[in-house]
Design a protein around this ligand. Structure first.
Ligand code: NAP
Length: 296
């Protein structure tokens, strides 16, 4: 059920749970504690957060990390049961900052809010075009050398941006986190997933249900995608999310969907995705709907 992340020695589950919406839904400490236990009980050990999660446009920067830190501090032993991924580099008002001084401070601030001594996976959230990748690499390598970070990742980076950063790192990147869902398959054909396979990067799929749009498709293409997934789900007796996650997981890049739901029963249901297999015919039917044009 667990697999190694690159050659880091870190063992991760095939599904992750994300905390982007945790503060939106007004979750309190006890709720997050319960959710985190539901996540672990479902066999999921990878938890994705970010320093920006909780920011509402004016305040709340760091609040999702803060909440997770309080939960971890209140449950001894919990920290060692999860692989904790966080992100930095989006800075309100900037909007992106990977200057060496800021990035180092951002890593330290995440550690303080999370009340932990190391981050398992630190990801650059969105590229700061003004940051030279050599400087970003130096800060990340310092984080690894000091033991404050165990593994590195990026999010929302193009293949060439990943290549540029990797070229200045001594330690391989292990994670890339693009948006991937049956509603958003750009990375199937733009080289991102081919690169992930070639570089042994684990792709973490953000918004694997299109941020919930699969339940409320907006146009003809989205209606066709939701319909194709629903038809598969009905045939197999599983839920629409399970069909959507397992469709992504069938890709050879080893995509790890990040579950966004803040409901324990939906997280438990998601774990069924591990048991679902797709035939090529079934898979390509959804793929054709997702492309919106017939397959060549
Ligand atoms: P998602 O799974 O695509 O969407 C989750 C939304 O769907 C929630 O509002 C959820 O509501 C809703 N939903 C309705 N019915 C559901 C059902 N039966 N099962 C599951 N969900 C259902 O994911 P997301 O929240 O947009 O994103 C997931 C994670 O990706 C985030 O938490 C974050 O870690 C990561 N992310 C990263 C970036 C980035 O730039 N790197 C950007 C966005 C997100 P309920 O909570 O009511 O179930």
């Amino acid at each position: 059920m667990l697999r190694e992340l690159g050659s880091t020695g870190i063992e991760i589950s095939s599904l992750a749970w994300g905390m982007w919406r945790t503060t939106d839904t007004g979750q309190r400490l006890e709720d997050v504690d319960q959710l985190l236990h539901a996540v672990l009980d479902s066999g999921i050990n990878l938890v994705d957060t970010a320093d920006i999660y909780g920011f509402d446009g004016t305040s709340g920067f760091g609040s999702a990390e803060e909440l997770l830190g309080q939960v971890l501090a209140g449950s001894p032993g919990l920290r060692n049961r999860i692989v904790l991924a966080t992100k930095g580099g989006i800075r309100p008002g900037c909007p992106y900052d990977q200057s060496p001084v800021y990035l180092k401070e951002a890593i330290d601030a995440s550690l303080r809010r999370l009340r932990i001594d190391h981050i398992d996976i630190y990801q650059i959230h969105r590229l700061d075009i003004l940051a030279h990748p050599q400087e970003t690499a130096r800060v990340l390598e310092d984080g690894l050398a000091s033991g404050r970070i165990r593994a590195l990742g990026v999010s929302n980076h193009t293949p060439s941006q990943i290549e540029a950063l990797a070229g200045f790192l001594d330690t391989p990147l292990t994670v890339t986190q693009p948006e991937i869902s049956a509603l958003r398959i750009d990375c199937f054909e733009n080289g991102e997933l081919d690169q992930a396979i070639g570089m042994d990067l684990t792709p973490l799929a953000w918004s694997p249900l299109g941020g919930g749009r699969l339940f409320n498709p907006q146009d003809e293409r989205e209606i066709a995608v939701a319909g194709a997934l629903e038809s598969f789900a009905r045939d197999r007796g599983v839920s629409l999310p399970v069909a959507a996650y397992s469709w992504l997981m069938a890709h050879p890049a080893g995509i790890v969907p990040i579950i966004g739901s803040q409901h324990a029963d939906r997280i438990e249901d998601a774990a069924l995705a591990l048991e679902v297999e797709w035939s090529r015919g079934e898979w390509y039917e959804v793929c054709a709907a997702a492309r919106g044009t017939p397959l060549p």
